[in-house]
Design a protein around this ligand. Structure first.
Ligand SMILES: [Zn+2]
Length: 276
């Protein structure tokens, strides 16, 4: 019931700090770029983490994968500047062979504890098929699962990778997960004001855009579909996992959310207070 209500009104909670974790350069831009731009315009600070540099994202078996990786990192940096991210980290994992292993988890925990986001956005790891219309890339599933596992419990547990805390990267509680490319979206963000920025960001990936003349219409059409249930010209649909409630939005009742916030003694966006 709460999900249904949420999906019929524009989602207006906003993290002060958010991190997008993606498998490949361009995923964040095909994904929640307009939401990211919308939040950044309202004062949020965003950081992008690309697990791979897209070194297998081409058609030529004789191409130099390192040259392609360098090109795609440059494209992603240009796109991120258009969206307005404060910065990007490339983790340089192998494209097409991304594994949700402990090494990747440690790298992501490092990123989360360094940037200390309120919210993490990642690909929905439960999406194996897109409805009945396609197969989700294994790297997208691995990156999504790795993000989930890094957020909880590793980032908030000082005894997970204890050398990180000993080196000054204190445990950090991420309070929300927003999963994109989900078959089960629960919230929709009105991105009417920023969908054009998403299209501009995607144009910054010419190595991946084969029909640039059709790109704008395609993205606007998707955004129109996702915005229609909330009466917005453009929307992005996300699956929200609330890990810690706050005064702005509880999953069930506003009264419950208020009491949680009162107990915590914190404002709506006090991400740094951590352990409770
Ligand atoms: Zn991808």
């Amino acid at each position: 019931m709460a999900d249904r209500a949420a999906s019929q009104a524009a989602h207006d909670w906003r993290p002060e700090r958010f991190m997008v974790i993606a498998a490949h350069p361009d995923d964040a831009d095909f994904g929640p770029a307009a939401t990211a731009a919308h939040w950044i315009d309202a004062g949020s600070v965003g950081w992008l983490v690309c697990c791979t540099s897209g070194d297998a994202g081409g058609e030529d078996p004789d191409a130099d994968p390192l040259a392609l990786a360098a090109l795609r990192e440059a494209e992603q940096r240009a796109a991120a500047a258009i969206v307005g991210y404060a910065g990007i980290t490339f983790l340089h994992q192998p494209d097409g062979a991304l594994a949700n292993d402990l090494a990747l988890r440690e790298l992501l925990v490092r990123e989360i504890r360094t940037f200390r986001p309120d919210a993490v956005l990642a690909t929905d790891p439960e999406t194996l098929f897109y409805g009945d219309g396609g197969i989700n890339h294994a790297d997208h599933r691995a990156a999504g699962m790795a993000a989930v596992d890094a957020v909880y419990p590793a980032a908030r547990n000082p005894m997970a990778f204890p050398w990180l805390a000993r080196a000054g990267l204190a445990a950090h509680n991420v309070r929300r997960l927003y999963l994109f490319w989900s078959n089960h979206p629960t919230v929709r963000v009105d991105v009417s004001a920023t969908v054009d920025r998403k299209i501009d960001a995607l144009r910054a990936h010419p190595s991946q855009i084969h029909h640039p003349d059709q790109l704008g219409d395609r993205i606007r059409s998707w955004a129109a579909d996702e915005g229609e249930p909330i009466g917005a010209a453009a929307g992005e649909a996300l699956r929200l996992i609330v890990i810690e409630e706050d005064a702005d939005e509880g999953p069930d009742s506003a009264a419950d959310a208020r009491s949680v916030a009162a107990d915590a003694g914190s404002g709506a966006t006090d991400a740094g207070s951590g352990a409770s």
